[in-house]
Design a protein around this ligand. Structure first.
Ligand code: ADP
Length: 464
């Protein structure tokens, strides 16, 4: 509306209020140009024909006089309406004198005046007076008279048209305002309302962004963000349920075994050892659980920065595998390392150890009947690929994209397997931080292959 108002004010100002002044200024400019043309031709013999031409073409009356106002050239196309007509025919030259004196008094090279034509208000004139010298230094005065058309009629037409334009423009502005507010403001207001509901915890709210493409885009982004947040919220909810369940089970076991030792097996060293073993196992599980949660929170808050070092893969794997000797010997697991030529890796040892533990632990937890876990080393040109293979129940293809998500646990995750759904998330965060590629392929019923690639030390040094 403001924009329309500004345009209208400008239109009225230039087309109506200043119309007359503008028209007169233009006329004066034209007369000035005509005077210049005459001046240029004063030296030539045919200056009289130049004067005639100018007078005829532009409907002017032109008088050229010498310094004492003796007429040397007179062309009148305004006929008896010309102000000069009587003055010159009667040889009085009084009017010319008075004009000349006005010019001289003004001290300028040229003046324009608007004389009143006595007895007739409709006829208006502009007289332009200039003094010019020819190349011989002879002084001439040029008087040019032009009629000024009355522009009242034109102004009336313009006024009427402008009135129509004003009405149309205001109506258009109003329609556009309503249209824009519908298309932009209203969707934004709706988005704001939805966002307020969302901020209060209503994660089911949908952001409806009909309107401009940008508003639609914004609502799409908000919807995606909303879905992600509600996913995290429900995962968090699941985690609390899982964790509290997983904490409660070992705590109950610890408590009941401790009671058993106190009441029954305290004096029986064999039983006591067995029961204490269970307590220690469960306590280990508990601390593993808590460690996982702490680990991920540290990684995600970037409290832990990577310190890459060189290390021998075979040495590291020996250390890692030594933790599984008991499982191999006592529980019938078959955890093997299929190695190739040793390589020197370059990465954060503790973090990569964590990746290996998490992947091997998962393979052990989900390896199924044959209790076999194979860790395979595959040397490549610029990196080493590690594969952790099991022949367990595998993972449904549809679930694969989610298993690296925080807190994700397969719907049918074995209840006896203590987990938080954080193990693979830690793996993902660490490998991302290193910039190492990783992935999983799995066939339901046949098993899974989790893999990742580590940079080699030579490669790092060369690229530095
Ligand atoms: P969890 O603590 O539950 O093991 P993870 O993040 O390590 O959490 O794994 C997420 C889910 O991925 C597990 O609940 C499990 O369903 C699935 N998963 C991980 N590793 C394997 C595997 N080797 N075989 C089958 N399923 C697996």
């Amino acid at each position: 509306m403001l924009f329309a108002t500004i345009i209208l004010v400008l239109l009225w100002l230039f087309q109506y209020v200043l119309l007359e002044a503008y028209y007169e200024t233009m006329k004066c400019r034209d007369l000035d140009r005509a005077a210049d043309t005459i001046e240029d031709s004063l030296d030539s013999d045919d200056y009289k024909s130049v004067v005639r031409d100018l007078a005829l073409k532009n409907s002017l009356t032109i008088v050229v006089t010498d310094w004492s106002c003796n007429v040397v050239c007179y062309e009148n196309t305004l006929g008896s309406y010309s102000i000069f007509e009587n003055d010159i025919l009667n040889n009085f030259n009084r009017y010319l004198y008075s004009l000349r004196n006005r010019l001289n008094d003004s001290g300028k090279d040229s003046i324009s005046i608007k004389p009143r034509v006595s007895g007739n208000d409709d006829i208006q004139r502009i007289i332009h007076v200039t003094s010019e010298k020819d190349s011989g230094g002879k002084l001439y005065y040029i008087f040019i008279e032009s009629s000024v058309e009355p522009i009242d009629a034109t102004a009336r037409i313009i006024k009427e048209q402008l009135t129509f334009i004003t009405i149309i423009l205001f109506e258009l502005a109003l329609i556009i305002t309503v249209f824009l507010s519908n298309r932009i403001t209203r969707p934004l207001t709706k988005l704001t309302e939805s966002a307020e509901k969302f901020a209060k915890g209503d994660y089911d709210v949908r952001f409806d962004g009909n309107g401009y493409a940008e508003v639609k885009q914004l609502s799409d982004v908000l919807n995606t963000a909303g879905e992600e947040i509600s996913k995290v919220a429900s995962l968090r909810h699941d985690l609390i349920a899982n964790v509290s369940h997983d904490l409660r089970t070992p705590l109950t076991i610890i408590k009941s075994y401790a009671e058993m030792i106190r009441d029954l097996s305290g004096d029986n060293p064999e039983k006591r050892e067995e029961h204490l073993g269970v307590i220690i196992d469960e306590a280990d599980r508990l601390s593993g659980l808590v460690n996982n949660i702490l680990e991920l929170s540290k990684l995600e808050n970037s409290e832990r920065t990577l310190v890459p070092e060189k290390f021998s893969l075979h040495e590291k794997m020996e250390q890692v595998l030594s933790r599984y000797t008991l499982l191999n010997e006592n529980d019938g697991y078959n955890i093997t390392f299929e190695k190739q030529e040793d390589v020197t890796c370059y990465c954060d040892i503790a973090a990569i150890e964590q990746v290996l533990y998490n992947l091997i632990n998962n393979a052990v937890n989900y390896c199924g009947e044959d209790k076999t876990v194979i860790i395979k080393q595959i040397n490549k040109d610029d990196c080493v690929r590690m594969e952790i293979i099991d022949h367990g129940e595998g993972i449904d293809e549809k679930l694969l994209p989610q298993i690296f998500d925080r807190y994700y646990r397969a719907p049918k995750a074995k209840r006896d397997v203590i987990g938080t759904g954080l193990g693979l998330s830690i793996v993902k965060t660490i490998l991302h931080q290193h910039g190492f590629p990783f992935g999983v392929s799995s066939v339901v019923g046949e098993g899974s292959v989790f893999w990742f690639e580590m940079a080699l030390s030579n490669d790092r040094e060369n690229s530095k």
